[in-house]
Design a protein around this ligand. Structure first.
Ligand SMILES: NC(=O)c1ccc[n+]([C@@H]2O[C@H](COP(=O)([O-])OP(=O)(O)OC[C@H]3O[C@@H](n4cnc5c(N)ncnc54)[C@H](OP(=O)(O)O)[C@@H]3O)[C@@H](O)[C@H]2O)c1
Length: 232
């Protein structure tokens, strides 16, 4: 039977690479994001691999869009074997200066949308006693730096959520993993004045997802930290 995966933030960057890798492995993928043109392009590339791919554009900070996305994904995929919570955003600023709206935007997407999508897929996974939830966190979920409180708080919280989720569902045979990259060369980092050729490639993040999914039913790589070999 064809395996299925729901990938958020799949129109570019890490999510695009993850979707393409899953499709290359034969998964029927359902792609989420806001930019329907980008999603359509990735879906077309996925179809070339796996024969089937679907997408739906929506803002994952909105509860209605999440509910519609989950309905549409269930409708197209039937059951959802894998959820990759990849959509994410960042904002910088000191705690004393940062805009509260920035806090809300980042926490809504990086944390709340992940929680809502995860809750949406868990009943099916629990009933089938199998599945995988893979959350794309960040090294900022481990370490904090000045000016990074918004993003670091969202990713620290995501790490805590993911660790607890594993304990909640491990006995149902559901894999839960938190992938924590350092700098990856994606649109998110495009404006950083760093050596982009030294950054991790999005394909390397896709390979981490692959590693989790390929792991035997007897184990679960619950955390993966991946950093650039050479400092960017
Ligand atoms: N790049 C890095 O250095 C790095 C390092 C560590 C962790 N990460 C994490 O990796 C994940 C992907 O990041 P990336 O580097 O690939 O970033 P990116 O290139 O900026 O892509 C972000 C993705 O999230 C989607 N997205 C943003 N806001 C959304 C919203 N409100 N609703 C739905 N989708 C939304 C975007 O889709 P649309 O444009 O279609 O909305 C896009 O596909 C994030 O969780 C990020 O925190 C990145």
């Amino acid at each position: 039977m064809t395996r299925t995966a729901l990938v958020s933030g799949a129109g570019k960057g890490n999510g695009r690479a993850i979707a393409l890798r899953l499709a290359a492995n034969g998964y029927h993928v359902f792609l989420l994001g806001r930019d329907s043109g980008a999603l359509a392009a990735v879906a077309a590339a996925c179809v070339a691999h796996s024969g089937r791919a679907d997408f739906m554009a929506g803002d994952l900070c909105h509860a209605d869009d999440i509910a519609s996305a989950l309905d549409a994904a269930r409708g197209r995929l039937g059951s959802i074997d894998v959820l990759v919570n990849n959509a994410g955003t960042s904002a910088r600023g000191t705690v004393q200066d940062a805009d509260l709206e920035d806090w809300r935007k980042v926490l809504d997407l990086n944390l709340w949308a992940t929680i809502a999508l995860t809750r949406g897929v868990l009943p099916g996974m629990i009933a089938r006693r199998q599945g995988a939830v893979i959350n794309i966190s960040s090294i900022s979920g481990r370490h904090s730096a000045g000016g990074d409180a918004i993003y670091a708080a969202s990713k620290h919280a995501l790490n805590g959520f993911t660790a607890s989720l594993f304990e909640d569902v491990r006995e149902f045979g559901i894999k839960v993993s938190c992938i924590m990259p350092g700098f990856v060369d994606t649109p998110m980092t495009a404006k950083l004045r760093r050596r982009h050729e030294r950054m991790i490639g999005p394909e390397d993040i896709a390979a981490c997802v692959d590693f989790v999914l390929a792991s035997s039913a007897r184990c679960c790589p619950t955390e993966i930290v991946i950093r650039p070999q050479f400092a960017p």
